[in-house]
Design a protein around this ligand. Sequence first.
Ligand SMILES: O=C(O)CCC(=O)C(=O)O
Ligand SMILES: [Fe+2]
Length: 266
Amino acid sequence: MTTALSDNLVLFGTEVTDRLEPQHILRLSAGVVAAVRVRDFFTRHQCQEVMRALEGCEMGSYDERFVQPRVAKLGPAAYDYYGNNGLTAEYWDYGDRSAKARATLLHGEDPLDLAADRLREGWHDDVRRATSGGRPMFAGMIREINQGARMHFDEVVREFPGLLDEIPVCQLAFNCFLSMPEGGGESVVFRRRWRPSDEGHRDGYGYDSALAEDQPVAEVRAELGDGVLFDPRNYHLVRPNAGSGRRVTLSFFIGITTRGPLHIWS
Ligand SMILES: O=C(O)CCC(=O)C(=O)O
Ligand SMILES: [Fe+2]
């Protein structure tokens, strides 16, 4: 017997690919890869077009009482609109308005449709909006994180039990980078999931980064147009921008259910 790691044990790394395949999504779900970076998920030209069209669009933000530094976005997150009886009326209303505003940002087309098409190609099956109480949820916010995001996790089945009609066995975060700053803006994913005892180390939506400091970590610096996927049940954070430029993504979660299609929501 040896205590050394066997050569075929898989560690926690980032895979970079030009083409998304079902294997990437399955390896992320199985937890043997930390992140997948798909090069040129959108072309440079498509990103520039969305950014140009976005100039005429007013962005809101996450609830600033909880999310500091401020994170601007177009479109609701379930996180902000979860009441005692599920999603609030504002979620549906703001979701409808945001989807309309987003629907023409890419030469009159919806960048979410493009992202969903690319995911369908990569998954070899359908991509649908997740439903809550029978209603298709909003999916595909446009989010601007320039000053970083604190370490947190996202796990819909734990944070909002009963929200999704179909329970995903695994949740992935998807971010397509429409604009990247000159430096910084890395996504950092730790091989460490939430534990109940972590609640004592929570401040608002963020957790003390010391909780994950000795764990394997993957750091991804996306290039313009890249699509980055990871399992957000692992603690993750975003490093602040360095130098000029904005960090803007098209973002949603992906639920992998025991049936074929992927389910997406924000
Ligand atoms: O923008 C990123 O790199 C990750 C943001 C995030 O927290 C998420 O997608 O869950
Ligand atoms: Fe997150």
